[in-house]
Design a binder for this molecule. Structure first.
Ligand code: NOJ
Length: 561
């Protein structure tokens, strides 16, 4: 299907006088994890119809766009990040007509739609890979992946020392059509996710075509999965030191962040620019430094790249200030917005991360102190939404959801849980279907249960329970997004001004606006900067007439000055 199904987004024109340079520059984008957002057909699994029915909720929340994690035809070895057909919808999520209806309805509500693109690997059930296996050594289809003979006298050892990010070797041995042990193939993730060989022109051609397919469907952009992984160093050299794959850190890996990936994105940019309506792409690129991340958003490449250094920063003023300064400085020369994010479907939700002492990392199963975690999470969100640039929200964070840290092992689905020892496999905890209602089957997620068990009392976090309660996290998010729209300066620009502040406190802002953040566990007295606009916790601003305000522990306040 190549005809233009859905109309391109027709919201504000960026060329109109007084408008921003690109809608994405300061956009707030909401990640929907389709499995866990809303179940339209009552089979216990979220789907596109469910998302479509809840679009008014997202429009009401005040976000600019929705990013949908993969909904393509897939055996679901990695929750859809193993794509068997990039142009088809998995029946468990619906049909192409459902996708079309979703895009149209979103546009009618002034919401843009970003879809996930998974170019580093396909599913082992992809037609190319199945044929490559079937046809055996010598099949030209094998050149589109990384097939190699093994080492050792009988080829019984993997071709190099790379390890899969989900644990175990990054290679799996094949069996030849005659039943003999054969070559190995590379998979940086699960064995069901063979890596494409991006040096092969057919791979690049195919993805240009897939981009056009979805652009013709009317989508407004792509989130590029493993954007840093497509190109591998020539000769696939050993890493040494155990071959352990690390996502962050200063090590340069032969399979990540190779300079060759940028040529791919330059080509994609020309395609995106051919289409009307400001189509964008956001890179999921785990790079050693924010400076390397900035390479992905040079003017002729992608538009945004998630700032994972920020996501991994603990709730401590000096660390936060440093990562903000370094990030803004890195993005400024390339003219791209900083792209802030606190939670997604791969990490422990920030309400749970911040519930434990610093250093627990982005994948923890410690429940910690929930009250503390929520208080900090609310404060952290107001800080993020006060920074220049774009921000991504992960479904359920607006409800203050914690991770479900006590899922029984038999309920777990994350492939990394089933791979070698030492793997975390904790991603299921942030993927539990979200609660819409106080009571009822799966708390309003659907009528047929939920694919991961929801904890008792989940309904207390529901949209229904929080709507209209001025102290709720949902109403805080709604208010924050309203204020952000009323004061477009909040997300604009590329710099913040820092003001003197007591230890553990940040005071930052721009002309007319201040954001004060107390990251400590005790109240701190600060000079009242102006008129309070919004606070993540109760404050008594302006009541003392000595020009000071007591900023409670772990609290952020926005001020008009
Ligand atoms: C990043 C995705 O966010 C994650 O969920 C997935 O497992 C890997 N890429 C592999 O596609």
């Amino acid at each position: 299907m190549t005809q233009h199904l859905a109309a391109p987004f027709s919201g504000t024109s960026d060329d109109a006088p007084g408008h921003r340079r690109g809608w994405w520059q300061d956009a707030v984008i909401y990640q929907v994890y389709p499995r866990s957002f809303a179940d339209g057909n009552g089979d216990g699994m979220g789907d596109l119809d469910g998302v479509r029915r809840r679009l008014p909720y997202l429009a009401g929340l005040g976000v600019d766009a929705v990013w949908l994690s993969p909904f393509y035809a897939s055996p679901q070895a990695d929750a859809g990040y193993d794509v068997a057909d990039y142009r088809a919808i998995d029946p468990m999520f619906g049909t192409l007509l459902d996708a079309d209806a979703l895009i149209r309805d979103a546009h009618a509500l002034n919401l843009r739609i970003i879809v996930d693109l998974v170019p580093n690997h396909s599913s082992a059930e992809h037609e190319w890979f199945k044929r490559a296996l079937r046809e055996g050594p010598g099949s030209p289809l094998r050149e589109r992946y990384h097939f190699r003979p093994g080492k050792g006298p009988d080829g019984e050892l993997p071709p190099n020392d790379w390890e899969s990010i989900f644990g175990g070797p990054a290679w799996t041995r094949t069996t030849d059509p005659d039943g003999a042990p054969g070559d190995w193939y590379l998979h940086l993730f699960a064995p069901e996710q063979p890596d494409f060989n991006w040096d092969h022109p057919a791979v690049a051609d195919e993805f240009r075509s897939i981009l056009r397919f979805w652009l013709d469907m009317g989508v407004d952009g792509f989130r590029v999965d493993v954007a840093h992984g497509l190109v591998k160093a020539a000769g696939l050299p050993d890493i040494g030191a155990g071959g352990q794959l690390r996502l962050l850190g200063n090590d340069v890996m032969p399979f990540f962040d190779q300079d060759g990936v940028h040529e791919v994105y330059r080509q994609w940019r020309t395609i995106l620019d051919e289409y009307p309506g400001d189509r964008i792409a956001v890179a999921e690129a785990w790079t050693p430094t924010v400076e390397r991340t900035a390479n992905y958003v040079r003017p002729d490449e992608l538009h945004q790249a998630f700032n994972f250094q920020y996501l991994g920063t603990s709730w401590q003023a000096p660390a936060l200030r440093e990562v903000i300064e370094v990030s803004l400085a890195a993005m400024r020369p390339v003219g791209a917005p900083a792209t802030w994010v606190l939670s997604n479907h791969d990490v422990t939700r920030h309400a749970t991360r911040f519930a434990s002492p610093p250093g627990v990392g982005t994948q923890t199963r410690q429940a910690g102190d929930r009250t503390l975690g929520l208080r900090r999470a609310r404060a952290a969100t107001l800080l993020m939404l006060a920074l220049p640039g774009s921000a991504y929200l992960y479904q359920g964070e607006e409800l203050g959801l914690p991770d479900v840290t006590d899922l029984p092992d038999e309920a777990r689905q994350d492939p990394s849980f089933f791979r070698a020892d030492g793997q975390d496999g904790y991603r299921d905890g942030c993927r539990v279907p979200i609660p819409w209602t106080r009571e009822g089957s799966s708390y309003g997620f659907g009528t047929g249960g939920s694919w991961l068990p929801q904890p008792a009392g989940w309904g207390a976090h529901s949209v229904e329970a929080q709507t209209g309660d001025p102290d709720s996290t949902l109403e805080l998010y709604r208010a924050a997004l309203t204020v952000r729209k009323e004061h477009p300066g909040l997300g604009a620009g590329t710099a913040v001004e820092w003001y003197d502040a007591p230890e553990g406190v940040l005071v930052l802002g721009r002309p007319g606006f201040r954001c004060t953040v107390n990251t400590t566990d005790t109240p701190v007295r600060i000079a009242t900067p102006g008129r309070p606009l919004l606070a993540s916790g109760p404050i008594a601003a302006g009541e003392a007439d000595d020009g000071h305000t007591e900023l409670p522990a772990d609290t952020t306040v926005w001020w008009a000055v």
